[in-house]
Design a protein around this ligand. Structure first.
Ligand code: NAD
Length: 484
């Protein structure tokens, strides 16, 4: 029997006001595991009323230390329930439980701990003049909307929730309708931590309904959105007339640049992780590998062999490297891109098809890790975000060529550069049109650094002080000291 998940509005569990529900399908087994409220504008209105009331209550005068205390309690509780959170994340997404246990949930815990520390040590500026003193205070934005995708559900929701709480905002969160469970557990944990009712409101539902109602609501003064570029454009257009603060973390088509002088073993395993981690469904995944001609053949051979050696299947098995992708529809999309690549002259050197699995996983949304060569930067397969276990490998001749190919796409989120030459590392990194570059590593994260993209990968930065600034309004106060 499937569970019934609810919204959390004003500290209360609530069904959608219209009584409608959506099915939550486990992609690994293609079975319904829960129903969620299909909320709409009325539910968002109710959440706004609760969030507005909470802004006027004790939350308004809470100290940074008190809010940091809440964040630490939340982190500790998630840590104590790590297994339950990881299992839930795996069931909703199809990702290996081991990945959820080692990456998704620990990172969610780290997000709360990090922003607890950040707000404790936060400081603002003071600019003195001969006859006056200016000081800056930071006020909460007010009610903020947090809209998140399905690929790293708790990880990304907490990346926004923690700084929003730290700065004293009240929240209306809408997780992806495909991955509602850990957000619901989070609402429960936040409530149990003693955060006042109405500070964190969770509203489930479809993007075009509940999500759209958040973006268009005049009382919601800021929206932090992570998701696809097309949706991001829509969100930006809807939010603009209200002059909301807007943070957009969008799609990517990231290049992995591998130079002749790299450590080949490390480059192959790094590029493999960048290509297929989380079934290739991380906005930062290196889905375009560019390899210098001197090592091209050796790289392709090793990379392809290792891709073929990855185990696809049961997300609960410790030996599984690749779980299910998010849905049957998404698997179909990945499969169609393989056909597109073939039409464009590409050669599928690994994967390219659905694996045959038995038992409960026979109908799951699985796809083999796929490697495609013989394509160039004019192809759709190297330009469009697939967001699945599919990677292309292209050849380049020198640094100019590598930078040119890397920068051809509309996206500009991240890149990784693999080289033994420090000069190449610095010079190439600086020429890449991306918000982030990793050298001889990938997804090596320090939560203090700016995170975000350029071009069609988004607007704004998250992380450290960037998040604290987004979730607050700076006010300058100038005190005139007189003439004497
Ligand atoms: P999506 O854009 O379909 O959905 C993201 C969220 O937006 C969901 O909660 C959805 O319900 C909601 N939504 C959809 N339409 C909306 C609307 N009209 N108004 C308001 N909200 C709406 O994205 P997805 O398929 O869930 O996620 C995959 C995408 O997210 C990929 O493109 C990936 O690159 C991107 N992503 C980016 C980052 C980053 O940090 N840059 C991180 C993770 C994922």
């Amino acid at each position: 029997m499937s569970a019934t998940l609810t919204n959390w509005i004003g500290g209360q569990k609530q069904a959608a006001s219209a009584g409608k529900t959506l099915d939550n399908i486990c992609p690994a087994t293609n079975t319904c595991i829960s129903t969620i409220p299909r909320s709409g504008a009325v539910d968002i209105d109710n959440a706004v009323a609760a969030a507005r009331k909470a802004l006027k209550g004790p939350w308004r005068t809470s100290t940074a230390a008190e809010r940091a205390g809440y964040l630490e309690t939340i982190a500790n509780t998630i840590e104590a329930r790590l297994e339950e959170f990881a299992q839930a994340e795996s069931r909703d997404t199809g990702k290996p439980v081991a990945l959820a246990k080692s990456v998704d949930i620990p990172r969610a815990i780290a997000n709360f701990r990090f922003f607890a520390g950040a707000i404790r040590h936060d400081e603002t500026g003071c600019h003195s003049m001969p006859d006056a003193i200016n000081y800056t205070v930071r006020k909460p934005v007010g009610i903020v909307g947090l809209i998140t995708p399905w690929n790293l559900p708790l990880y990304l929701l907490t990346w926004k929730t923690a700084p929003a709480l730290a700065m004293g905002n009240t929240i209306i969160a809408k997780p992806s309708e495909l991955t509602p469970t850990t957000a619901t557990l989070l609402a429960e944990v936040i409530h149990e931590a003693g955060v006042p009712a109405g500070v964190f409101n969770l509203v489930h539902g479809l993007g075009q309904e509940a999500g759209q109602a958040i973006v268009g609501h005049p009382a919601i003064r800021g929206v932090s959105f992570t998701g696809g570029t097309t949706t991001g454009a829509h969100v930006a257009a809807s939010a603009a007339p209200h002059f909301k603060k807007l943070s957009l973390e969008l799609g990517g088509k990231n290049a992995t640049l591998v130079f002749d002088d790299c450590d080949l073993d490390k480059a192959v395993s790094g590029a493999l992780r960048a290509a297929f981690a989380n079934q290739g469904q991380i906005c930062l995944c290196g889905s375009r590998i560019l390899v210098q001609e001197g090592i091209y053949d050796a790289f392709v051979e090793r990379f392809t062999n290792q891709a073929k050696g990855l185990t696809v299947g049961d997300p609960t098995a410790a030996s599984t490297n690749i779980g299910a992708v998010i849905s049957q529809a998404h698997r179909d999309k990945v499969e169609q891109y393989v056909a597109v690549a073939r039409e464009e002259g590409g050669t599928v050197v690994a994967g390219g098809k659905r694996p045959t699995l038995n038992g409960p996983f026979a109908d799951g949304a699985f796809f083999e890790p796929t490697v495609i060569t013989d394509v160039d930067e004019t192809c759709r397969i190297t330009q469009e975000e697939v967001f699945g276990p599919l990677v292309t490998i292209q050849r380049f001749s020198n640094a100019d060529d590598a930078v040119r190919i890397a920068n051809t796409v509309r996206y500009g989120l991240s890149a990784s550069v693999w080289t033994g030459n420090l000069d190449t590392a610095h010079k190439v990194s600086a020429r890449l049109d991306t918000g982030m570059v990793w050298v001889n590593t990938w997804l090596h994260r320090d939560l203090r650094v700016p995170f975000g993209g350029v071009k069609d990968s988004g607007v704004g930065r998250e992380g450290g002080t960037w998040s604290l600034e987004f979730f607050s309004e700076a006010q300058n106060i100038c005190v005139y000291l007189g003439d004497n």
